[in-house]
Design a protein around this ligand. Sequence first.
Ligand SMILES: NC(=O)c1ccc[n+]([C@@H]2O[C@H](COP(=O)([O-])OP(=O)(O)OC[C@H]3O[C@@H](n4cnc5c(N)ncnc54)[C@H](OP(=O)(O)O)[C@@H]3O)[C@@H](O)[C@H]2O)c1
Length: 320
Amino acid sequence: MPTAENFRLEETPIPEPGDGEALVRTLWLSVDPYMRWAIRGDRTNVGEVVTAEVVGEVAATRSPAVAVGQIVVGRIGWQAYGAIAADQLRVIDPTIAPIQTGVGILGMPGLTAYFGLLEVGRPRPGETVLVSGAAGAVGSAVGQIAAIKGCRAVGIAGTEAKCHHLTQDLGFDAAINYRADDLSTALKRACPDGVDVYFDNVGGRILDMVLQHLRMYARVVLCGFISQYNLEEPEVVPRHSVPLALACARMEGFFANDYFDRQDPALRELAGWIDAGRLKYREDIVEGLENAPAAFLGLFTGANVGKALVKVAEPTVAAS
Ligand SMILES: NC(=O)c1ccc[n+]([C@@H]2O[C@H](COP(=O)([O-])OP(=O)(O)OC[C@H]3O[C@@H](n4cnc5c(N)ncnc54)[C@H](OP(=O)(O)O)[C@@H]3O)[C@@H](O)[C@H]2O)c1
């Protein structure tokens, strides 16, 4: 488990954009579980900037692809400013939704829920869709999209307050508190006919237990395994082969980026659901770049409800 002492705040000159580059001023910084992988010793050298997508404002440009003042999403990392190839930036329309949704429900986490559930999980109306990490950025969208598609949505989360939020605010049919409830008994109660689609965000013992509750022809979407990210060795080897085989189930990993060439229609559909009040999102905001480590570490203790974000600066142009 990383600690705040593993991070250091440094001041350096603001970079000059090179040919074809834009200088982006960070407004919102996204903290996501994958960053735990990115900062492993074999992937990042000590002293490097932590990778991250940000929502920012174009402060200067040496490319016709973006204009000064435009709101963009780009991989600037944990920095107040960054120079980046302009063709790597996604320009967002600030009139559609608050700009920070560009790294949340209308960005990578929202698209992960959308493609992971619909393309890999392939839920059919009337089926039971179970999702873990259900009160987080990806999980909260998965359950609501399942409900939009006519499924019964069941969530697993780590506190009573999160479970209450799922059933009362987000329209989940049932929620299980994996810290308080006996998981097997709770699964039998919440999914009496078994689980048709399990969208797994956590791995480990929760995955292992859910596999014992699969319905025939179930689909298991391996999205993430946050319970294992801080361990040297995987804690549990899921006893998966027998229950998967007996249920004629399919278990499949996926990488959301592989679907991003189709992001435009997906983002339009997600924005339409938000507009119609069918897809809600919550944000967990801390202020100040210096608080990015605390926001990031909170992902591993379940401190966040909804999308974890760091607010770094206000836009200079009128944007929501
Ligand atoms: N495949 C892909 O392309 C892709 C893309 C994006 C994200 N992901 C994965 O999707 C998952 C969710 O990401 P997110 O951005 O939406 O994060 P998130 O759910 O907003 O935040 C992480 C949540 O995980 C839960 N958690 C932490 N440690 C846990 C543990 N030991 N056991 C069970 N739950 C634990 C916590 O909630 P509780 O209070 O409920 O414990 C915490 O709030 C992650 O595993 C991530 O790596 C995969």
